[in-house]
Write a protein that binds this ligand. Structure first.
Ligand code: NDP
Length: 465
């Protein structure tokens, strides 16, 4: 065959990626379980049809490819990927490369990498359908040599940040899917922080959706400039065709999730890495889903969020609180990445990760460029200690404190902001309170403690014996 790459799975993401690949000048063969989808896709490819070879069997797909072959899978994560690999293997040669571009759990990618040594690559792809079609952010994981083989195509189709492709090799094994998972956890947290500020505007300050849209539109011109702030303004501004009122007012307040944010929380616990803002965001979605229960509890406990009548914060204070919460969230995300790097021996590069996230993906933002510079300058230091961000935190922490306090006094739930503030306060407390925990542990379990004055370990209190 003469195709540069094959693709299996012409769903939302796969069909968009296939068109993107063809548009960048590569010949691609495509296969889909349901043949009519393959036929329709090829028929609707317009001017790109010349570069697309529709295959109606896996055998035909494999035969259409140049050797050694590269086949990209864009099917639902989990068992489907294993089944697809099993179906492909008998048709492939020892030098052929399988690339899983779905949202795999990185533990599965680790396993597949071990089962297919040198023949597998796991890539995280972010940016939704639009990104896949016109430039996603791509986080690669697996043997470096495999990345290098696929890189000409993957970097060609990726988003660009000032001419630099947002596609890079993150590390060995499932490192690409791991980084994508953390990306999604941060995405949950970014979204939750925004939703909480919206809650203060709506319930505390009585602002309507149009006013909310106006504020977010303004913030998108400043330090918070980002895709999520931009679409927040658009979501708030949109009207509902049926009622003529804001769409926001007709959307049920129960969030869905496909599980990648939850994986971040779970893996962080395995690593012992603190990511409380992301944890709070995942939990907030779980609570949002308990809609009937929330209504029952409001009936028992009172009227819910109260208007903020005195001391109402200026919009600039809310903006600063959001900046502060966002920085603390990213500090946690990059901290988790550093913990994984150590635990799995991956040498993950925080600056390279921040660079890949600058365009194409859902969390793309102006701030990520500064984060890339900060992590470049001091790869082993926490983000919150980097001069630029320490400075931001010092200037915005008062606003975060004020917003969390006002929300608490008025019964407005701001779990991600509260978690960010508690994290900040705990992290900058040199003498914490775990001495009490150690005392308790020694009391009931003879676990022993370390003495503060002379550093001797395995000491016991007078309660012992
Ligand atoms: P879709 O549901 O749109 O498409 C799924 C594709 O997989 C279809 O081509 C479908 O074929 C095929 N498929 C489903 N089940 C099987 C099976 N048992 N055997 C063979 N093929 C099967 O999914 P998406 O394109 O949205 O997602 C694909 C992957 O990309 C997922 O891992 C997802 O998590 C990830 N992803 C999605 C993003 C998004 O925004 N949607 C963003 C980033 C990643 P058929 O036509 O026969 O049903």
């Amino acid at each position: 065959g003469n195709c540069d790459i094959g693709l299996i799975g012409l769903g939302t993401m796969g069909s968009a990626l296939a068109l993107n690949i063809a548009e960048k000048g590569f010949d691609i063969a495509v296969f889909n379980r349901t043949t009519s989808v393959t036929r329709d896709f090829a028929a609707e490819a317009g001017p790109l049809a010349d570069r697309i070879t529709p295959a109606e069997s896996l055998q035909a797909l494999v035969e259409a490819l140049k050797t050694p072959r590269m086949i990209l899978l864009m099917v639902p994560a989990g068992k489907v990927v294993d089944d697809q690999i099993a179906a492909l293997l008998p048709l492939l040669g020892p030098d052929d490369l399988i690339i899983d571009a779905g949202n795999a759990n990185f533990n599965d990618t680790n396993r597949r990498m071990a089962e297919l040594p040198g023949r597998f690559l796991g890539i995280g792809v972010s940016g939704g359908e639009e990104g896949a079609r016109h430039g996603p952010s791509i986080m690669g994981g697996g043997p470096r040599a495999n990345w290098d083989r696929a890189a000409p195509i993957l970097t060609a189709i990726a988003a660009r940040y000032k001419d630099q492709p947002c596609a890079d090799w993150m590390g060995e094994d499932g490192a690409g899917h791991f980084v994508k998972t953390v990306h999604n956890g941060i995405e949950y947290a970014d979204m939750q922080l925004i939703a909480e500020v919206y809650g203060i505007m709506r319930d505390g300050l009585g602002m309507d959706a149009a006013a909310v849209a106006e504020v977010f539109r303004g913030w998108n011109e400043g330090p918070l400039q980002s895709y999520l702030v931009e679409i927040t303004a658009e979501v708030a501004a949109a009207s509902d065709a049926a009622t003529g009122g804001p769409v926001l007012d007709v959307i049920v307040d129960a969030a869905g999730q496909k599980g990648t944010g939850r994986w971040t929380a779970i893996e962080a616990q395995h690593l012992g890495a603190p990511i409380p803002v992301i944890d709070a965001a995942v939990t907030a979605r779980n609570i949002s889903a308990l809609r009937a229960r929330r209504a029952e509890m409001q009936a028992i406990f009172g009227a819910g969020p109260q208007p903020i009548t005195t001391d109402a914060p200026e919009m600039a204070v809310l903006e600063q609180a959001l900046i502060c919460g966002k920085i603390l969230c990213y500090d946690q995300g990059f901290g988790m990445i550093a913990a994984a790097s150590k635990q799995f021996g991956w040498s993950l590069n925080g600056a390279a990760i921040a660079r890949v996230w600058r365009a194409g993906c859902i969390i793309r933002s102006a701030m990520l460029d500064d984060m890339a510079s900060a992590l470049e300058a001091a790869p082993d230091a926490p983000l919150m200690a980097a001069p630029t961000f320490a400075d931001h935190l010092k200037r915005t922490e008062g606003a975060l404190r004020r917003v969390v306090a006002l929300a608490a006094l008025h019964g407005i739930a701001v779990p991600a902001h509260s978690a960010a503030l508690a994290y900040f306060d705990a992290m900058r407390t040199a003498r914490g309170t775990a001495n009490m925990l150690q005392g308790q542990r020694d009391y009931f379990g003879r676990h022993g403690f370390e003495r503060l004055d002379d550093g001797t370990k395995d000491q016991h209190g007078p309660w012992a014996g």
